[in-house]
Design a protein around this ligand. Structure first.
Ligand SMILES: *Cc1c(COP(=O)(O)O)cnc(C)c1O
Length: 876
């Protein structure tokens, strides 16, 4: 009998063990943790926000809130790489793509990006990849955060950014890769861009249009204006504000650009029985294959939120969306007329839901009156005021706004009476060239489920097609599909967390501030870093942010020539993709047959690049599931050569920056492909270089002079609304619980490796014969005799009710198993039994008892139609 401690002492090299308990709070029970987090949430003040800027209140249909957002059957699935057990969310994500293509009037869309800002930056990068021109024009009427993210991302590409009025641009030099416009723009104005589009395109410049899906229910879509790419956020289609995220960013484009499109795309195909089925399309673009040549580093996106928006579209249908859009527009017209009656000047010629008011009274006065009513408005520098309405606005809200602007005798009622007719869009928009005349969402899916009874059944039918953690363990190596406990998830629906605009004055978001501070303290204690930035909203974003911080730091030391990034060949494919995007030169370092960094090769690379070395980027524990003894030495060597060390997993072993995937280790569910959070921890010397933000600057509280490299997400704190999950996890575990979780994860992996080693080859082990928290099973030996490959085993596992482990990564022809600490022995055994039984089936082929061309493995999976068929190998 050996103890947990002695097992982990053997598995984890001594020089990287902490050797003491973590200094985090004693554990709280489930009820105590909920009342604590409720108290924290209630420090946020919920005002009515008419700030706009890409974030709007909306009514999340309760059926969607409860049956998707709060339902582990929809939140805990993995990214849909195994299409047979993912048809439900693949269909829903295809609905999302249809929603985006139909509303934007462009033929293809992806299944979500991280937010509007990064979607715009991806569009710019696509244009640059396409035509290699080094200038990009940005409209000064883009949202400020979009401008900031795009500017930040333009720097390493070496692009010259010009910001101004896009109607004045002369494109005839033919040196601009793209022009970015916004429709309706950040001030709410709707303009006819046809001429700009034509001028740009005749001169080979691509046109990217940031837009608002709800507005497009009644406005002429950008596709009809001829733009090449449309981007934006689908937040207001049924996703709460959540202080900035998570929400889905969208991206649609013309067909010829489809192969350059970032992110994942769902396609329709046929299954073995000839039935229509869905799968991820164009997967050859994945970073794992293209590495530093990848189109983008985006991996985790916003699948869950895309599904919510898709269902919002399914529920309301085209007529419902038009009604909602018309109602908002009507309210805006009423507001504008009322304000004009009182002498205020509306600066927008045409608008959808947002107006810019040049008021007759002082802005300071308006601000005071707004505060009395707990109303947030957008205050421009030029003494004008922005008001953005949304689907939650009622007559009383308009009356309050009239009061704020001191419109003495105006009420919504009166204005409507004066106008005589509530069918205002006829009067306002349809006389303009902007009225939408084309149909959209004509597919039956968007015209069938308009009652709650039907919608709930539709969502359940889709949910039932997928395997998620509510069915069985999902032992995905490197992805850490651990329990996402109900208690951790509950705060995500607290109104004081969900109903708050990201750009409210900081004093209204004190609850969030406290949450960030407490989580930052705990994460610093756990990882050994000094400061955390919560801005990156995925692991890939975290990598990018960390690398940019390193580049800025080196630049600050007058060493901007240092640009070489060493990356072991075993690294996650996002690593080289991120490094390339950050403007670094990627140099690969070999790994030995144990899965460790090839020390001699590393030394040779360090020597060769020592004058230009920027950093070494490693994953720890290594992706092969082994703790390397020599990590500390490696870090020292890199520092000695003048470089920095970026790490993809926590650890206080001499590294300078690290991204933590809270959607793996810290219990945020995967959502079927997002949301995620990829905050970065840094040592003190890198702190001044962390991400900033143009509206709410997280660096503003810092004592030291900030020298931030820029902005990586549209929202200042990324997907803030899911941070309560990780906070609650740490608070419920306490120091002993966290330690024990790690120990049990290592125990579980070693237990499974031990049970399976008699049947399969376990590829890499540390020098004590133990694995870390995950391990690789080598399936390559079966191929020669039986023709069976890792995919066959993965598919056969589906017949046993399991999602396959990570397949053919980081080593081709293998399966990587990560059981996590959440699973009990019975479930581990159930999975091992399945694999052992499969091994017997392989032996049956090997020894002639089973037909090599028709056997349980190569025919897998076996859906009901196959099981029910008269003959095996034929559809019924
Ligand atoms: C998961 C993972 C990533 C990618 O994270 P995303 O959130 O999907 O962008 C990068 N590096 C490592 C080591 C990972 O395990």
């Amino acid at each position: 009998m050996i103890s947990l401690d002695s097992l982990t002492d053997t598995a984890v090299p001594e020089n990287i063990r902490l050797g003491r308990d973590l200094n985090v709070d004693k554990p709280l029970g489930e009820h105590a943790v909920l009342s604590r987090i409720r108290e924290i949430s209630e420090k946020n003040e919920i005002w009515r926000s008419y700030i706009g800027m890409g974030y709007h209140n909306c009514r999340v249909p309760h059926a969607i809130l409860r049956n998707i957002f709060e339902n582990p059957g929809w939140t805990t699935q993995y990214t849909p790489y195994q299409p047979e057990v993912a048809q439900g969310r693949l269909e829903s994500l295809l609905n999302y793509q249809t929603l985006v293509t139909d509303l934007t009037g462009l033929p293809v869309a992806n299944a979500s990006l991280l937010d509007e800002g990064t979607a715009a930056a991806e569009a710019m990068a696509l244009a640059y990849r396409q035509n290699k021109r080094r200038k990009v024009y940005l409209s000064d009427k883009l949202h400020p955060q979009t401008l900031a993210v795009v500017q930040t991302r333009a720097i390493p590409l070496g692009l010259e950014v010009l910001i101004g009025d896009v109607f004045d641009i002369d494109f005839s030099n033919r040196d601009a890769c793209a022009v970015l416009i916004q429709y309706p723009d950040t001030e709410g104005t709707v303009k006819d861009f046809t001429q700009v589009v034509e001028n740009a395109q005749t001169n080979g410049t691509m046109v990217v249009c940031a837009t608002d899906l709800l507005a497009l229910a009644i406005l002429r879509p950008p596709g009809e204006l001829g733009v090449d790419i449309a981007v934006g956020t689908s937040q207001r289609l049924g996703v709460p504000l959540g202080y900035g995220g998570p929400h889905a960013g969208f991206f649609s484009c013309k067909s010829p650009l489809v192969r350059l499109m970032p992110g994942r795309m769902i396609g329709v195909t046929r299954d073995a029985n000839g039935k229509e089925a869905y799968r991820l399309a164009l997967q050859t673009r994945e970073q794992h294959i293209r590495r530093d040549k990848a189109t983008s580093n985006i991996c985790t996106a916003q699948a869950l939120l895309a599904n919510m928006s898709a269902m919002y579209g399914v529920y309301h249908g085209p007529e419902g969306l038009k009604n909602i859009a018309n109602r908002i527009h009507n309210a805006t017209v009423v507001l504008a007329r009322g304000l004009e009656d009182a002498g205020h000047v509306i600066e927008n010629e045409a608008y959808f839901d947002t107006i810019k008011v040049n008021p007759t009274l002082a802005v300071s006065e308006i601000r005071m009156r707004a505060q009395q009513k707990a109303i947030n408005l957008r205050y421009f520098r030029d003494e004008t005021v922005g008001i953005a309405l949304d689907e939650t606005v009622e007559k009383e809200d308009l009356d309050d706004l009239f009061w704020v602007f001191n419109c003495k005798h105006t009420t919504a009622e009166k204005v409507v009476k004066n106008l005589g007719d509530m069918v205002l869009p006829k009067e306002h928009l349809s006389k303009s060239p902007f009225t939408r005349t084309s149909e959209f969402l004509t597919h039956p899916t968007f015209n069938t489920y308009h009652s709650e009874a039907q919608l709930v059944r539709y969502m359940k039918i889709l949910e039932n097609k997928d395997v998620s953690l509510v069915h069985s363990m999902i032992p995905l190596g490197s992805c850490t599909m651990k329990l996402n406990s109900t208690t951790e998830m509950m705060p995500c629906s607290f109104p004081h967390f969900t109903e708050i605009h990201p750009f409210v004055p900081p004093e209204q978001a004190l609850g969030y501030r406290l949450l960030f501070e407490e989580l930052e303290n705990d994460l610093c204690e756990i990882t050994g870093y000094d400061k955390i930035s919560f801005q990156p909203n995925s692991g890939a974003q975290g990598e990018y942010a960390g690398l940019r911080a390193i580049m800025s730091y080196l630049d600050g030391r007058g060493e901007s020539h240092r640009n070489v990034c060493l990356i072991p060949t075993s690294a996650h494919g996002t690593n080289p993709a991120s490094a390339q995007m950050a403007g670094m030169k990627v140099e690969a370092v070999n790994v030995d047959k144990e899965g460790s960094i090839d020390f001699r090769h590393l030394v040779a690379k360090l020597e060769k690049h020592r004058n230009n070395l920027a950093c070494l980027m490693i994953t720890y524990p290594s992706t092969n599931g082994v703790f390397e003894d020599n990590v500390k030495v490696v870090c020292e060597m890199v520092h000695e050569a003048g470089g920095q060390v970026g790490l993809c997993r926590p650890g206080d072993i001499g590294s300078d920056v690290s991204h933590l995937n809270l959607h793996k280790t810290f219990c945020i569910p995967h959502g079927g492909g997002g949301p995620g959070m990829g905050p970065i921890g840094v040592k003190l010397h890198l702190e001044p270089y962390l991400p900033s933000h143009p509206i709410v600057d997280p660096m503003a509280l810092m004592q030291k002079r900030a020298r931030s490299f820029g902005v990586v997400s549209a929202a200042p704190y990324g997907s803030a609304a899911i941070l309560p999950i990780s906070w609650a996890y740490v608070k419920m575990m306490g120091p002993k619980g966290l330690r024990q979780a790690t120990q049990v994860a290592i125990l579980n992996a070693n237990y499974m490796a031990k049970r399976l080693e008699k049947h399969y080859k376990v590829l890499y082990r540390g020098n004590k014969g133990l694995v870390a928290h995950e391990f690789i099973l080598d399936m390559r030996e079966f191929k020669k005799i039986t023709g069976i490959e890792a995919t066959d085993i993965a598919k056969r596992l589906q017949d046993y009710g399991f999602h396959a482990p990570t397949m053919s990564w980081p080593v081709a022809g293998t399966l990587m198993v990560e059981p996590t600490e959440s699973e009990d022995k019975a479930e581990l055994d159930r999975f091992c039994d399945a694999l052992i039984s499969i091994q017997c089936e392989i032996r049956d082929i090997e020894e002639g008892r089973s037909d090599p061309s028709c056997n349980p493995l190569n025919m897998a999976p076996h859906p009901i139609v196959t099981v029910d068929a008269l003959r095996w190998g034929q559809a019924a």
